[in-house]
Design a protein around this ligand. Structure first.
Ligand code: SAM
Length: 161
């Protein structure tokens, strides 16, 4: 049974900054070979170069157990993006499409996601392949790839994910 706000045995609570409504905390920084948006791949590839995801203290404690997963969903903040173009022409051919029909970095909240292949877990970092972001891109979150993730207990009526 999932209980709201419960702290379970073995879990570690750290002092977190005060939250603001929809406030985001950058929990790390992604090191990649790309410093130029034009040179950056449109989507990451599992045979792409190794990138390093640095996780800042105290969030590095949250890496415990992640080595059990072959693929990690990486969620990041595309900080150099414009956020004000709601219809876009990806092919520069005059054919405009709404931002929500694209995976363009230009969106109201420029969140990017990639499924990365886990290469190595370091004390405060992950080495992965499969990213498509600029060097220095802020990290928002890491999750095991949903397709690999098995809940620890069978779902119960009233549970939520
Ligand atoms: N894989 C993610 C997704 O689908 O949500 C991002 C895809 S987006 C098309 C990838 C492109 O975003 C890159 O080719 C690059 O042009 C741009 N980009 C990468 N890092 C960025 C950053 N930190 N700020 C703004 N744009 C960035």
């Amino acid at each position: 049974m999932v209980r709201l706000n419960e702290i379970r045995r073995g879990e570690l609570v750290v002092p977190a900054p005060d939250a603001t409504d929809a406030g985001l905390v950058f929990i790390g920084r992604i090191q990649t070979p790309w410093t130029d948006r034009l040179a950056c791949p449109r989507q990451g590839r599992s045979d792409g170069p190794i990138c390093r995801i640095e996780v800042f203290a105290p969030w590095d404690e949250a890496l415990s157990g992640i080595g059990a997963y072959a693929r990690i969903e990486v969620i990041y903040w595309l900080n150099a993006s414009r956020r004000d173009i709601v219809r876009q022409c990806p092919a520069d051919d005059g054919h405009a499409r709404g931002a929500f029909s694209l995976r363009s970095p230009v969106r109201p909240n420029p969140i990017g996601t990639s499924i990365a292949v886990l290469v190595e877990v370091q004390p405060s970092a992950l080495l992965v392949r499969g990213l498509d972001c600029l060097d220095g891109t802020p990290l928002l979150d890491l999750k095991p790839d949903r397709s690999l993730f098995t809940p620890v207990a069978p779902p119960q009526p009233g549970d939520f994910e």
